[in-house]
Design a protein. Sequence first.
Length: 336
Amino acid sequence: MPATPAHASSALPEYLEALGDGVFAVDTGFQRERFDAAYLLVQGGRAAFIDTGTHHAVPRLLGALAALGLARSAVDYVIPTHVHLDHAGGAGQLMARFPNARLTVHPRGARHMIDPQRLIDATVAIYGVAEMRRVYGEILPVPRERVLETAEGTMLVLAGRELRFFDAPGHARHHVMLRDGATGHIFCGDSFGLSYRELDRDGRQFVFPTTSPSQFEPQALHRTIDRMLSLAPQALYLTHFGRLERPAALAADLHRLIDAHVALGERHGDAGAERKRLLREGVTAIVLAERERQGWHLSREETLDLFALDVELNAQGLESWFDAERAQREESRKSL
Protein backbone atom coordinates (compact mmCIF):
# COMPACT_ATOMS: atom_id res chain seq x y z
CA MET A 1 0.00 0.00 0.00
CA PRO A 2 1.19 3.56 -0.64
CA ALA A 3 2.79 5.32 2.26
CA THR A 4 0.72 7.95 4.03
CA PRO A 5 2.50 10.72 5.95
CA ALA A 6 2.43 10.49 9.72
CA HIS A 7 0.93 13.99 9.75
CA ALA A 8 -2.19 12.76 7.91
CA SER A 9 -3.95 11.91 11.15
CA SER A 10 -3.16 15.29 12.70
CA ALA A 11 -5.44 18.27 12.46
CA LEU A 12 -5.36 19.60 8.90
CA PRO A 13 -6.40 23.00 7.57
CA GLU A 14 -10.09 23.08 6.64
CA TYR A 15 -9.22 23.32 2.94
CA LEU A 16 -7.14 20.11 3.04
CA GLU A 17 -8.76 16.65 3.12
CA ALA A 18 -6.97 13.33 3.48
CA LEU A 19 -8.53 10.83 1.05
CA GLY A 20 -6.32 7.86 1.92
CA ASP A 21 -3.51 6.15 0.00
CA GLY A 22 -1.33 9.26 0.21
CA VAL A 23 -3.86 11.40 -1.68
CA PHE A 24 -4.98 14.78 -0.35
CA ALA A 25 -7.58 17.11 -1.86
CA VAL A 26 -6.83 20.82 -1.63
CA ASP A 27 -9.89 23.03 -2.02
CA THR A 28 -8.42 25.88 -4.07
CA GLY A 29 -11.21 28.30 -3.18
CA PHE A 30 -11.84 29.16 -6.83
CA GLN A 31 -15.34 30.63 -7.33
CA ARG A 32 -16.67 29.02 -4.12
CA GLU A 33 -15.72 26.41 -1.57
CA ARG A 34 -15.80 22.78 -2.76
CA PHE A 35 -15.87 23.71 -6.43
CA ASP A 36 -12.26 23.36 -7.58
CA ALA A 37 -9.74 20.82 -6.25
CA ALA A 38 -6.04 20.32 -6.65
CA TYR A 39 -4.60 16.99 -5.50
CA LEU A 40 -1.43 16.48 -3.52
CA LEU A 41 0.02 13.00 -3.93
CA VAL A 42 2.58 11.99 -1.30
CA GLN A 43 4.84 8.95 -1.45
CA GLY A 44 8.03 8.19 0.45
CA GLY A 45 8.60 11.80 1.42
CA ARG A 46 8.20 13.03 -2.16
CA ALA A 47 5.21 14.89 -3.56
CA ALA A 48 3.35 15.83 -6.74
CA PHE A 49 0.51 18.27 -7.35
CA ILE A 50 -2.15 17.22 -9.85
CA ASP A 51 -3.93 20.36 -11.06
CA THR A 52 -3.16 23.64 -9.33
CA GLY A 53 -6.13 25.99 -9.38
CA THR A 54 -5.34 29.62 -10.14
CA HIS A 55 -2.68 32.05 -8.87
CA HIS A 56 -4.93 32.67 -5.86
CA ALA A 57 -4.71 28.99 -4.82
CA VAL A 58 -0.95 29.08 -4.30
CA PRO A 59 -1.08 29.95 -0.56
CA ARG A 60 -3.36 26.98 0.09
CA LEU A 61 -1.15 24.61 -1.88
CA LEU A 62 1.94 25.77 -0.02
CA GLY A 63 -0.02 25.52 3.23
CA ALA A 64 -0.93 21.93 2.39
CA LEU A 65 2.74 21.04 2.05
CA ALA A 66 3.56 22.73 5.35
CA ALA A 67 0.67 20.99 7.12
CA LEU A 68 2.09 17.63 6.04
CA GLY A 69 5.63 18.53 7.05
CA LEU A 70 6.91 18.57 3.48
CA ALA A 71 9.49 21.01 2.15
CA ARG A 72 8.99 22.77 -1.17
CA SER A 73 12.06 20.91 -2.40
CA ALA A 74 10.13 17.63 -1.92
CA VAL A 75 7.84 18.38 -4.88
CA ASP A 76 8.98 16.43 -7.94
CA TYR A 77 6.11 17.14 -10.32
CA VAL A 78 3.39 19.70 -11.05
CA ILE A 79 0.82 17.97 -13.27
CA PRO A 80 -2.04 19.96 -14.82
CA THR A 81 -4.54 17.61 -16.48
CA HIS A 82 -5.08 20.36 -19.07
CA VAL A 83 -4.25 24.02 -19.42
CA HIS A 84 -7.62 25.62 -18.62
CA LEU A 85 -6.87 28.25 -16.01
CA ASP A 86 -8.88 26.69 -13.17
CA HIS A 87 -6.56 23.67 -13.56
CA ALA A 88 -3.24 25.24 -14.57
CA GLY A 89 -3.41 28.96 -13.85
CA GLY A 90 -1.22 28.61 -10.77
CA ALA A 91 1.32 26.26 -12.36
CA GLY A 92 3.91 28.90 -13.19
CA GLN A 93 3.67 30.38 -9.71
CA LEU A 94 4.25 26.96 -8.15
CA MET A 95 7.14 26.09 -10.42
CA ALA A 96 8.87 29.32 -9.37
CA ARG A 97 8.69 28.06 -5.76
CA PHE A 98 9.58 24.38 -6.27
CA PRO A 99 13.27 24.15 -7.20
CA ASN A 100 13.27 20.42 -8.02
CA ALA A 101 9.93 20.11 -9.81
CA ARG A 102 9.19 19.46 -13.45
CA LEU A 103 5.91 20.45 -15.02
CA THR A 104 4.18 17.75 -17.07
CA VAL A 105 1.65 18.58 -19.76
CA HIS A 106 0.06 17.08 -22.87
CA PRO A 107 2.15 17.88 -25.98
CA ARG A 108 -0.68 20.06 -27.32
CA GLY A 109 -0.63 22.17 -24.16
CA ALA A 110 3.11 22.56 -23.62
CA ARG A 111 3.49 25.78 -25.61
CA HIS A 112 0.80 27.45 -23.50
CA MET A 113 2.71 26.70 -20.31
CA ILE A 114 6.00 27.91 -21.79
CA ASP A 115 4.41 31.07 -23.22
CA PRO A 116 0.95 31.68 -21.70
CA GLN A 117 0.26 34.88 -23.65
CA ARG A 118 -2.41 33.31 -25.86
CA LEU A 119 -4.18 31.96 -22.78
CA ILE A 120 -3.99 35.40 -21.20
CA ASP A 121 -5.21 37.19 -24.33
CA ALA A 122 -8.15 34.81 -24.76
CA THR A 123 -9.18 35.28 -21.14
CA VAL A 124 -8.85 39.07 -21.33
CA ALA A 125 -11.03 39.04 -24.47
CA ILE A 126 -13.82 37.45 -22.42
CA TYR A 127 -13.43 39.19 -19.05
CA GLY A 128 -11.37 42.34 -19.60
CA VAL A 129 -8.03 42.99 -17.93
CA ALA A 130 -9.30 43.96 -14.47
CA GLU A 131 -11.72 41.04 -14.13
CA MET A 132 -9.21 38.58 -15.54
CA ARG A 133 -6.68 39.60 -12.88
CA ARG A 134 -9.31 39.43 -10.15
CA VAL A 135 -10.45 35.94 -11.11
CA TYR A 136 -7.19 34.31 -12.22
CA GLY A 137 -4.34 36.49 -10.95
CA GLU A 138 -0.92 36.59 -12.56
CA ILE A 139 -0.04 33.74 -14.92
CA LEU A 140 3.69 33.04 -15.10
CA PRO A 141 5.53 31.15 -17.85
CA VAL A 142 7.41 27.94 -17.10
CA PRO A 143 10.95 27.64 -18.47
CA ARG A 144 11.04 25.30 -21.44
CA GLU A 145 13.74 23.12 -19.92
CA ARG A 146 11.52 22.34 -16.93
CA VAL A 147 8.56 21.17 -19.05
CA LEU A 148 8.03 17.47 -19.69
CA GLU A 149 5.56 16.53 -22.42
CA THR A 150 3.48 13.53 -21.39
CA ALA A 151 2.28 11.83 -24.55
CA GLU A 152 0.01 8.79 -24.50
CA GLY A 153 1.61 5.97 -22.50
CA THR A 154 4.15 8.11 -20.64
CA MET A 155 4.98 6.75 -17.19
CA LEU A 156 6.48 8.75 -14.33
CA VAL A 157 7.65 7.37 -11.00
CA LEU A 158 7.17 9.21 -7.71
CA ALA A 159 9.36 7.51 -5.08
CA GLY A 160 8.56 4.13 -6.61
CA ARG A 161 4.88 4.91 -7.30
CA GLU A 162 4.02 4.65 -10.99
CA LEU A 163 1.79 7.21 -12.72
CA ARG A 164 0.74 6.38 -16.28
CA PHE A 165 -0.65 9.02 -18.64
CA PHE A 166 -3.45 8.54 -21.16
CA ASP A 167 -4.82 10.95 -23.74
CA ALA A 168 -8.31 12.05 -22.70
CA PRO A 169 -9.88 14.24 -25.43
CA GLY A 170 -13.50 15.36 -25.45
CA HIS A 171 -13.36 18.20 -22.95
CA ALA A 172 -10.12 19.53 -24.44
CA ARG A 173 -7.70 18.08 -26.98
CA HIS A 174 -4.80 18.71 -24.60
CA HIS A 175 -6.37 16.76 -21.73
CA VAL A 176 -4.67 13.83 -19.98
CA MET A 177 -5.76 11.42 -17.29
CA LEU A 178 -3.40 9.64 -14.90
CA ARG A 179 -3.71 6.12 -13.56
CA ASP A 180 -2.15 5.61 -10.14
CA GLY A 181 -0.32 2.30 -10.25
CA ALA A 182 -0.53 1.90 -6.48
CA THR A 183 -4.32 1.94 -6.31
CA GLY A 184 -5.67 1.75 -9.87
CA HIS A 185 -7.52 5.02 -9.23
CA ILE A 186 -7.57 7.72 -11.91
CA PHE A 187 -7.04 11.47 -11.73
CA CYS A 188 -9.38 12.58 -14.49
CA GLY A 189 -9.60 16.38 -14.43
CA ASP A 190 -12.86 17.24 -16.24
CA SER A 191 -13.14 14.06 -18.33
CA PHE A 192 -15.76 12.48 -16.06
CA GLY A 193 -17.74 15.67 -15.63
CA LEU A 194 -18.78 17.29 -12.36
CA SER A 195 -19.73 15.63 -9.09
CA TYR A 196 -20.54 18.11 -6.36
CA ARG A 197 -20.46 16.90 -2.79
CA GLU A 198 -23.49 19.05 -1.91
CA LEU A 199 -25.60 16.61 -3.95
CA ASP A 200 -24.44 13.45 -2.14
CA ARG A 201 -27.31 11.65 -0.47
CA ASP A 202 -27.43 8.45 1.58
CA GLY A 203 -24.05 7.34 0.22
CA ARG A 204 -25.02 8.07 -3.38
CA GLN A 205 -23.05 10.36 -5.65
CA PHE A 206 -24.11 12.00 -8.90
CA VAL A 207 -22.46 13.28 -12.08
CA PHE A 208 -23.15 15.99 -14.63
CA PRO A 209 -21.15 16.73 -17.79
CA THR A 210 -19.15 19.85 -18.47
CA THR A 211 -19.31 21.07 -22.09
CA SER A 212 -17.42 24.31 -21.52
CA PRO A 213 -15.59 25.99 -24.44
CA SER A 214 -13.82 25.66 -26.63
CA GLN A 215 -12.99 22.06 -27.55
CA PHE A 216 -16.04 20.09 -26.44
CA GLU A 217 -16.21 17.07 -28.76
CA PRO A 218 -18.99 14.71 -27.66
CA GLN A 219 -17.97 11.57 -29.53
CA ALA A 220 -14.39 11.87 -28.29
CA LEU A 221 -15.69 12.42 -24.76
CA HIS A 222 -17.87 9.31 -24.94
CA ARG A 223 -14.81 7.30 -26.01
CA THR A 224 -12.66 8.78 -23.23
CA ILE A 225 -15.26 7.84 -20.60
CA ASP A 226 -15.46 4.29 -21.94
CA ARG A 227 -11.69 4.00 -22.01
CA MET A 228 -11.46 5.22 -18.45
CA LEU A 229 -13.90 2.55 -17.34
CA SER A 230 -11.96 -0.11 -19.27
CA LEU A 231 -9.12 0.50 -16.80
CA ALA A 232 -11.52 -0.61 -14.03
CA PRO A 233 -10.86 2.15 -11.47
CA GLN A 234 -12.67 1.88 -8.16
CA ALA A 235 -12.41 5.63 -7.65
CA LEU A 236 -11.84 8.78 -9.68
CA TYR A 237 -10.46 12.12 -8.55
CA LEU A 238 -12.38 14.97 -10.19
CA THR A 239 -11.31 18.59 -10.19
CA HIS A 240 -14.95 19.54 -9.65
CA PHE A 241 -15.04 18.06 -7.00
CA GLY A 242 -13.35 15.38 -4.97
CA ARG A 243 -13.25 11.60 -4.92
CA LEU A 244 -15.95 9.78 -6.88
CA GLU A 245 -16.70 6.20 -5.86
CA ARG A 246 -17.97 3.41 -8.14
CA PRO A 247 -17.72 5.38 -11.41
CA ALA A 248 -18.93 2.46 -13.52
CA ALA A 249 -22.36 2.79 -11.92
CA LEU A 250 -22.57 6.46 -12.97
CA ALA A 251 -21.26 6.26 -16.53
CA ALA A 252 -24.69 5.67 -18.09
CA ASP A 253 -25.97 8.90 -16.53
CA LEU A 254 -23.00 10.80 -17.91
CA HIS A 255 -23.41 9.40 -21.43
CA ARG A 256 -27.14 10.19 -21.36
CA LEU A 257 -26.56 13.76 -20.21
CA ILE A 258 -23.86 14.41 -22.82
CA ASP A 259 -26.35 13.29 -25.49
CA ALA A 260 -28.99 15.60 -23.99
CA HIS A 261 -26.59 18.54 -24.34
CA VAL A 262 -25.80 17.60 -27.94
CA ALA A 263 -29.50 17.42 -28.79
CA LEU A 264 -29.97 20.86 -27.22
CA GLY A 265 -27.09 22.31 -29.25
CA GLU A 266 -28.47 20.86 -32.47
CA ARG A 267 -31.95 22.16 -31.71
CA HIS A 268 -30.92 25.77 -31.15
CA GLY A 269 -27.60 26.09 -32.96
CA ASP A 270 -29.15 28.14 -35.78
CA ALA A 271 -31.35 30.29 -33.54
CA GLY A 272 -29.43 33.49 -34.28
CA ALA A 273 -29.77 36.28 -31.73
CA GLU A 274 -31.89 34.04 -29.50
CA ARG A 275 -29.33 31.26 -29.35
CA LYS A 276 -27.53 32.24 -26.14
CA ARG A 277 -30.78 32.60 -24.23
CA LEU A 278 -32.24 29.35 -25.55
CA LEU A 279 -29.12 27.39 -24.75
CA ARG A 280 -28.92 28.77 -21.21
CA GLU A 281 -32.59 27.94 -20.68
CA GLY A 282 -32.05 24.50 -22.16
CA VAL A 283 -29.10 23.64 -19.92
CA THR A 284 -31.08 24.93 -16.95
CA ALA A 285 -33.92 22.59 -17.92
CA ILE A 286 -31.51 19.64 -18.13
CA VAL A 287 -30.19 20.44 -14.64
CA LEU A 288 -33.67 20.68 -13.16
CA ALA A 289 -34.85 17.51 -14.92
CA GLU A 290 -31.86 15.66 -13.46
CA ARG A 291 -32.72 17.02 -10.03
CA GLU A 292 -36.16 15.43 -10.32
CA ARG A 293 -34.87 12.20 -11.82
CA GLN A 294 -32.20 11.66 -9.16
CA GLY A 295 -34.10 13.08 -6.17
CA TRP A 296 -31.47 15.65 -5.29
CA HIS A 297 -32.29 17.00 -1.85
CA LEU A 298 -31.43 20.61 -2.70
CA SER A 299 -34.30 22.96 -3.46
CA ARG A 300 -34.83 24.25 -6.98
CA GLU A 301 -33.24 27.58 -6.04
CA GLU A 302 -30.28 25.92 -4.30
CA THR A 303 -29.72 23.65 -7.31
CA LEU A 304 -29.71 26.57 -9.74
CA ASP A 305 -27.33 28.49 -7.50
CA LEU A 306 -24.96 25.50 -7.35
CA PHE A 307 -24.95 25.10 -11.14
CA ALA A 308 -25.07 28.80 -12.10
CA LEU A 309 -21.54 28.92 -13.51
CA ASP A 310 -21.87 25.52 -15.17
CA VAL A 311 -25.08 26.53 -16.95
CA GLU A 312 -23.30 29.54 -18.44
CA LEU A 313 -20.17 27.61 -19.42
CA ASN A 314 -22.06 24.63 -20.84
CA ALA A 315 -24.17 26.95 -22.98
CA GLN A 316 -21.07 28.73 -24.26
CA GLY A 317 -19.43 25.41 -25.03
CA LEU A 318 -22.42 24.23 -27.03
CA GLU A 319 -22.21 27.39 -29.11
CA SER A 320 -18.53 26.79 -29.81
CA TRP A 321 -19.15 23.13 -30.62
CA PHE A 322 -22.06 23.84 -32.99
CA ASP A 323 -20.12 26.56 -34.84
CA ALA A 324 -17.07 24.29 -35.19
CA GLU A 325 -19.25 21.46 -36.50
CA ARG A 326 -20.94 23.79 -38.98
CA ALA A 327 -17.58 25.12 -40.19
CA GLN A 328 -16.29 21.57 -40.63
CA ARG A 329 -19.37 20.57 -42.64
CA GLU A 330 -18.99 23.62 -44.84
CA GLU A 331 -15.32 22.87 -45.43
CA SER A 332 -16.17 19.29 -46.34
CA ARG A 333 -18.84 20.51 -48.76
CA LYS A 334 -16.38 22.83 -50.49
CA SER A 335 -13.84 20.04 -50.90
CA LEU A 336 -16.30 17.80 -52.77
